[in-house]
Design a protein around this ligand. Structure first.
Ligand code: SF4
Length: 340
């Protein structure tokens, strides 16, 4: 009989219906390697199947205001601190956002995120335009309007978003509290955490995750997951660094595909009931192993393009999901729609 690694035995005997694994066990799991990693992926796949089922959630986004962000996040093409040569433009109008939402629906997305390169969401014409866009997309009824609009300092603004019909708000913690200062110096971890708390208090679903491959340790990755568990977020986007020329992280070593799968599996075992969304950087970091993201614990992804980089063809995503014996979540009003 083949011997089973003791860490895998401990992972298999955990009761995932009661919650995720401990920090100690997660750190042990980060040390698995070789053939044992494949058993870890398989376990995460089973936990995904048992805890959240075989449906894959799809969302699309639009970069509704590009570039000139005053913050200095070292991975970001949109920071005004770095010369990245991206196309910049001010906030789109509600009609442009509505058209983009319809395109996302045609690509099979059930959710559509309005994303802006901004430090914070404050009162004024910017907020009014966002609220109007959310109302229009909601009224159209083809996709659920979501958003990612920076830090929220006033709880009332979260309430206004909820009343306009916003479903989910994305605000990533990005990494552990310990490593955050290496990535961003213009705002604090607590400003991000408080934003998540205001969103939850307003009854908005919270989407928060991070970026991997920025030089953080495995301990930072585990602690990010535990921070998200503590907040009780709904969706956890996992981005894998897509190195952008001109940013301080442009020379970072890319992650190996098996390490990406290791991260995904670990997050599933730490956060068994959450929606684990593999988002930016999956194409360049997973390469030919993209389908295995769903066999390692993910149950969600993005379709279409990202903020400043191009994504895969949406039709290929649908084919990949069907080939794996999975199905697109029925929350997607356009899950049977024509895929261009
Ligand atoms: S706050 Fe957002 S848009 Fe601005 S630099 Fe950071 S990641 Fe980029």
């Amino acid at each position: 009989m083949p011997t089973v690694h003791p860490t895998l035995e401990a992972l298999r005997s955990h009761d995932y219906a009661s919650g995720g694994i401990s920090r100690e066990l997660a750190l042990e799991a980060t040390r698995l390697s070789g053939i044992d990693l494949w058993d870890l992926y398989a376990l995460a796949n089973r936990v995904r199947h048992e805890q959240v089922g075989d449906e894959v959630h799809l969302c699309g986004i639009i970069n509704a205001k590009s570039g000139h962000c005053p913050e200095d996040c070292k991975f970001c093409a949109q920071s005004r601190h770095y010369d990245t040569g991206i196309q910049t433009y001010p906030l789109l109008d509600p009609i442009e956002m509505e058209i983009a939402a319809e395109r996302a629906a045609r690509e099979g997305a059930g959710r559509f995120g309005i994303v802006t390169a901004t430090k914070a969401l404050t009162r004024g014409a910017f907020l009014d335009t966002v609220l109007e866009s959310v109302r229009r997309i909601k009224a159209e009824g083809k996709v659920q309007p979501d958003a990612s609009l920076g830090i929220i300092y006033e709880p009332e603004i979260a309430v206004m978003l909820k009343e306009a019909g916003l479903g989910e708000f994305n605000h990533n913690l990005e990494t552990s509290r310990r490593y955050f200062g290496e990535i961003c110096t213009t705002h604090s971890y607590d400003e991000r955490l408080n934003t998540l708390k205001y969103l939850k208090a307003a009854g908005i679903m919270v989407c928060s995750g991070g970026i991997f491959g920025m030089g953080e340790s495995w301990e930072d990755r585990v602690d990010l997951a535990l921070e998200l568990r503590g907040v009780g977020v709904d969706t956890v986007p996992m981005n894998f660094l897509h190195r952008i020329d001109g940013t301080p992280l442009e020379k970072m070593e890319p992650m190996e595909p098996l390490e990406v799968l290791h991260c995904i599996a670990l997050f599933r075992l730490l956060l068994p009931q959450m929606e684990i969304k593999v988002a930016g950087g999956r194409e360049v970091n997973l390469r030919s192993l993209q389908p295995l993201m769903f066999s390692s614990g993910a149950n969600s992804t993005m379709v279409g393009n990202y903020l400043t980089t191009r994504g895969w063809n949406a039709a290929k995503d649908h084919e990949m999901i069907a080939d794996l014996g999975l199905r697109v979540a029925c929350e997607s009003p356009a899950s049977g729609a024509e895929i261009a």
